[in-house]
Ligand binder design. Structure first.
Ligand code: FE2
Length: 198
């Protein structure tokens, strides 16, 4: 049996995704469920929220067998950040611990155009945001406080294997990339006896 706390979140997200509703409806419903889940103070195995000394990391908590969604723990150590990037799908982000600093950009309609920042926010533990829909999904994220930041990110695809865009913020140059997963298997496939929910 896998982590029952995580299993409950999976069982709440799966039927929302299965409705096939619009991205706006799906993300709003998931944001509500993720907010409630975080409010309960869930324990997540340390191996799946451990900061890395060299770069930010993306751990798989669950990857839907049909690839319809994934739940990730994204971890930034102090001083770490992502490139400016897109997701090419919907996404909901909630903060488990620390502070996530986000600068959102308007999605460029053409390549080679300087990116236009539209919002800058610091998200704290327990806060949840719809970070992305397919047509509005570009941001830069960094650790925004004096301790590592751990975010629970739910996306409308297997985000570790999903092809998506990174952007040069000055000249709009696009580089396609796949992030990969920083660990395997997903936490949902790890027997409870082998996990460490501390
Ligand atoms: Fe992102």
């Amino acid at each position: 049996m896998a982590d029952p706390t995580l299993q409950r979140l999976i069982e709440e997200v799966e039927p929302i995704v299965a409705t096939g509703d619009t991205e706006q409806k799906v993300t709003a419903a998931i944001a509500e469920r993720l907010t409630a889940w975080l409010a309960e103070g869930p324990a997540v195995d340390y191996d799946y929220r451990r900061p890395d000394g060299d770069k930010y990391v993306l751990y798989p908590l669950h990857v839907d067998p049909e690839g319809r969604f994934s739940i990730a723990a994204a971890v930034w150590n102090v001083g770490q950040s992502t490139p400016v990037h897109g997701h090419e799908t919907w996404g909901v982000v909630g903060i488990l611990s620390g502070v996530e600093h986000e600068v959102a950009y308007a999605k460029p309609r053409a390549e080679g155009v300087k990116l236009d920042p539209v919002a800058e926010t610091k998200w704290s533990a327990g806060e949840v945001t719809v970070c992305c829909t397919t047509d509005d999904d570009v941001h830069w994220v960094s650790c925004g406080g004096p301790e590592p930041c751990v975010g629970i990110h739910i996306y409308g695809a297997d985000i570790g294997t999903w092809s998506r865009r990174a952007y040069d913020r000055e000249d709009g140059t696009v580089t396609w990339f796949t992030s990969g997963w920083s660990r395997w298997p997903p936490l949902s496939e790890v027997p409870l006896a082998a996990s460490q929910p501390t």
